[in-house]
Design a protein around this ligand. Structure first.
Ligand code: PEP
Ligand code: MG
Length: 323
């Protein structure tokens, strides 16, 4: 099986009926790029930038960040690289930022909420990204977007920094796509409105599931509620993909669900364009997708979306895909 995987390393990803999707990887540091390329990744679908900020006593400088982003973009040689802006708070604490202790950190002051209130942290990251954009195919993604207003504010700050760099004669790419993570149910529900303004969506199911099911992703006592195949989750995912396609935009997924062998056929049938997963899952996923008919899977869509339970969905897919 390993030999078969190796043969597919430099191949694009097609379903049995000839439909193309993109298999990309989640990374945390520039060192992870090697693993992405060795495992046949067609790009980076989620670069979690938190690691640049962790295990230190002060904020990383703009220069330090620029070097890291540039390294990733150069090593990826023009393949797409989706970089997520800082997602602190929640489970990710930074000692030097003096974040408040919160009763419900996952529902609190984190990610874009923190960045919009702390422009001295947000702006240097955006500048570093814009400067690095000249070295590859950069896409910028904002985490934990709950309202259109948050997206508009973040985008305005990005454009402001772009203007100022251009005014200083700094080279910045003029086709950087700007998108959002869909990990809050409110955003999944009004994806149609967002789709008019964003360039792409990336569905963050790790958080989307915990918020939709109201079940802490770290709490084992409620882990039975953490159900990726729950029809509520599938309906939200479908809503996001449909909204994107109506506006001619693409929809990806960067939560764990994107690399799961039961979820992959479901997502292929719903029309997901980009699957971002841990690098080691890419070749198994490509092998699986080559044996799946997108058209057949798409014909199950209405049935799956109206099922009663996650178990029912799982059994149905297992039977249809012989797993
Ligand atoms: C997610 O929420 O699905 C996601 C990819 O982000 P993180 O796991 O970093 O919260
Ligand atoms: Mg998340």
């Amino acid at each position: 099986q390993k030999e078969q995987w190796a043969k597919l390393k430099d191949e694009p990803t097609f379903s049995k009926d000839g439909e193309q999707v993109e298999l990309v990887a989640n990374i945390g540091t520039p060192d992870d790029v090697e693993g992405v390329l060795n495992n046949g990744g067609e790009g980076v679908g989620l670069y979690r930038t938190e690691f640049l900020y962790m295990g230190k006593s002060e904020l990383p400088s703009e220069e330090e960040q620029f070097e890291a982003y540039k390294t990733v973009l150069e090593r990826m040689e023009g393949k797409p690289v989706v970089v997520r802006t800082l997602d602190v708070g929640g489970d990710k604490e930074l000692s030097y930022l003096d974040l408040p202790k919160e009763l419900n950190p996952f529902l609190g002051f984190r990610a874009i909420r923190f960045c919009l209130e702390n422009e001295h942290v947000f702006r240097p990251q955006l500048r570093a990204l814009l400067r690095a954009s000249a070295y590859g195919n950069l896409k910028i993604m904002f985490p934990m977007i709950a309202t259109l207003d948050e997206y508009r504010q973040a985008k305005a700050i990005l454009l402001d920094e772009k203007e100022s760099l251009l005014a200083d004669g700094v080279k910045v790419s003029d086709n950087i796509e700007v998108g959002i993570m869909v990990e809050i149910p409110s955003t999944a529900v009004i994806a149609k409105q967002f789709a008019k303004e964003v360039d792409f969506f990336s569905i963050g199911t790790n958080d989307l599931i915990q918020y939709t099911m109201a079940a802490d992703r770290m709490n084992e006592q409620v882990s039975y509620l953490y159900q990726p195949y729950h029809p509520a989750i599938l309906n939200l995912v479908n809503n996001v993909i449909e909204a994107a396609h109506k506006e001619g935009k693409w929809a990806g997924m960067c939560g764990e669900m994107a690399g799961d062998s039961i979820a992959i056929p479901i997502l292929l049938g719903l029309g997901l364009d980009e699957f971002s997963m841990s690098a080691t899952s890419i070749l198994p996923a490509r092998t699986q997708i080559r044996e799946l008919s997108k058209e057949t899977l798409a014909s199950y869509k209405d049935k799956l979306l109206s099922m009663d339970t996650a178990e029912e969905v799982e059994e149905f897919i297992k039977e249809k895909t012989k797993q």
